[in-house]
Write a protein that binds this ligand. Structure first.
Ligand code: NDP
Length: 265
């Protein structure tokens, strides 16, 4: 029987761990599927490309999550609210869109107890979906960002927002790097003078970047703070996407037991 086909669309996409994660879970759970990667250069061609490749489902990474949103016929209410889709399933010729980044992130930080206040360094697309789910769950999220422009929509939705120039530090339980600073360079997500004010009082410091120790995590460790990188967020968003891909046939725990092997290879 022909395999059911899945893929990740992105640009770049060669670095993605998603094919390994999903294929290990397909093999381990004996699901007749195959997951590949596709370099999508032009986001507006997403829907056409999806059908031309005969896919059943995709994940979408940078920079196409808004194009993915536009391509969907039916949106999950949370994806609709945050305007970003990272998982699409085809059912009877229609594309259904979901956001699994935010619930994946929420689960990844759930290990930290007695957390109420959170400082986000950064205000991009990932900050948008994760800040929304955190607020729904009762956390108090403040954002600081390099440029003022990106903060506008957060301010309009009622978040406390600062640029580097007008920041008024206070104590935050978690400080989280939501920027791409440190991903392909050695930069900090905010000036060191600001980080020196917020890191020492934090219960823990988290980075959404995975697979390396960023300058932000190195600085947090130097202050003796517990740290966590973005690997669990990646794993959990993948497990939740896999649940959609396989129509909730497997439990979270069963999928995790296979998918997490991608981080040991
Ligand atoms: P966006 O491009 O939407 O936003 C980037 C953000 O980073 C902006 O706030 C930008 O600020 C800021 N920024 C970039 N470079 C610097 C710098 N040198 N100094 C200070 N601020 C900087 O990106 P995303 O929100 O999509 O992604 C953010 C990060 O999240 C990426 O590193 C990505 O890899 C990671 N990620 C991890 C996932 C996981 O599963 N672990 C899932 C999804 C994303 P400005 O407005 O000033 O430009």
């Amino acid at each position: 029987m022909a395999k059911t086909l899945f893929a990740i669309f992105g640009n770049p996409v060669s670095h993605s761990k998603s094919p390994l994660m999903h294929n290990l879970a397909f093999q381990g759970l004996d699901f007749n599927g195959c997951y590949t990667r596709y370099l999508l250069e032009e986001g507006t061609t997403l829907k056409k490309t999806f059908f031309a490749l005969g896919l059943k489902g995709i994940n979408i990474t940078v920079p196409h999550k808004e194009h993915a949103y536009d391509a969907c016929d039916i949106l999950d209410p949370f994806a609709k609210k945050v305007g970003a889709v990272n998982t699409i399933i085809e059912k009877e010729g229609k594309l259904y869109g979901y956001n699994t980044d935010a619930p994946g992130f929420l689960k990844a930080i759930s290990e930290f107890e007695a957390v109420k206040t959170i400082l986000f360094l950064g205000a991009g697309g990932t900050a948008q979906s994760t800040s929304s789910i955190l607020r729904d769950e009762g956390y108090d999220v403040t954002l600081i960002n390099r440029s003022a422009g990106r903060l506008e929509k957060f301010k309009k939705s009622g978040f406390k927002t600062y640029t580097f120039d007008n920041f008024e530090p206070c104590t935050y339980d978690l400080v989280i790097n939501m920027t791409s600073a440190g991903l392909e360079d050695e930069s900090l997500p905010a000036p060191k003078e600001i980080l020196d004010k917020v890191i020492p009082g934090a219960k823990a410091c988290v980075d959404v970047i995975y697979g390396k120790e960023t300058p932000f995590l190195a600085l947090s460790k130097a202050y003796g703070r517990p740290t966590k990188d973005g690997s669990d967020m990646l794993l959990y968003q993948g497990i939740i996407a896999f649940e959609y891909f396989t129509d909730h046939r497997y439990t979270f725990t069963d999928i995790k037991s296979h998918m997490q092997n991608a981080f040991r290879l």
